[in-house]
Design a protein around this ligand. Structure first.
Ligand SMILES: [Fe+2]
Length: 275
């Protein structure tokens, strides 16, 4: 089973930096020393459960969820993609670091949409051939390099429409905004703006699968058990996660840009950043 993208150290650091708090301020609020907070963030220290709960409280995180991650106990249940039959994860490596892209298609018309690119053009090419698909569009959750590394070669080979936010423009892209619906055969793709990790971060919610719940390609807004780094706005990121991702049905499948797939229900319970 794939391990989580983030551990206690990453989560505490992301929350503290997001809230613009000094190590000393968090240490004060949590009854630790600044050195201990620094050691937690560097992974040298996993404090006892009471201290983890105090840290969660000081950082506005869900205590039980953070404690379970500190004990290395949370793993989302493995996902059986056969239930959808037309959702495929493409895991690749960018500078030695794993990144996810996803291909989703309509089973009747074989029209497909690629969510981000990852770095492995061969895997995408092979899947498109094997499944006899027409790559109609490439939707960008955001434009950090690891997510769009092979945009140009995929675009020149398959000529898909590129869908992106105006706030993170890719050349020649069709710009979409919150609430827009894009048809993909019998499937429907809803655009939700989930900025905060990046200025124009988008989540794409795909509905219309026969006998299977919606899937949401969230990019780096949300990870199983964590969230992306708030490079633009922590407040916006957290608000977007809570109001635009975790309000989907519990059974909705979350397709994150890094780490394992998960569901809305599991993240509402187990993600320290869930409200
Ligand atoms: Fe990113």
């Amino acid at each position: 089973m794939r391990s989580l993208e983030d551990g206690l150290c990453d989560i505490v650091g992301k929350a503290r930096r997001g809230l613009n708090l000094t190590e000393a301020a968090v240490a004060d609020a949590a009854g630790l020393s600044s050195r201990q907070v620094a050691d937690v963030e560097s992974g040298r220290l996993v404090p006892d459960e009471a201290a983890v709960l105090r840290l969660a409280c000081a950082l506005g995180l869900r205590g039980e969820a953070l404690a379970a991650i500190a004990r290395d106990e949370y793993r989302p249940a493995p996902v059986n993609l056969e239930l959808w039959g037309s959702v495929h994860v493409l895991e690749s490596s960018y500078s030695g670091y794993p990144v996810n892209a996803y291909l989703v298609w309509d089973r009747q018309t074989r029209r497909a949409m690629l969510f981000d690119t990852g770095t492995d053009a061969n895997a995408i090419r092979q899947l498109i051939r094997e499944q006899d698909l027409a790559l109609e569009a490439m939707a960008l959750t955001h434009t950090h390099r690891d997510h769009i590394a092979i945009l140009d070669p995929i675009r020149s080979e398959f000529k898909p429409r590129v869908i992106a936010s105006r706030k993170e423009p890719a050349p020649g892209a069709h710009f979409v905004a919150d609430g827009e619906q894009i048809a993909l055969g019998s499937l429907s793709v809803e655009v939700r703006e989930t900025d905060g990790h990046s200025p124009g971060g988008l989540t794409f919610v795909v509905t219309g699968f026969e006998g299977a719940p919606p899937v949401a390609a969230v990019g780096d807004a949300l990870f199983a058990g964590s969230a992306g780094g708030a490079r633009v706005s922590y407040e916006r990121l957290i608000e977007n996660i809570r109001s635009r991702i975790l309000t989907l049905p519990d059974t909705a499948l979350i397709l994150p840009g890094h780490g394992p797939m998960t569901t809305v229900g599991q993240e509402r319970q187990n993600n320290p950043f869930a409200g």
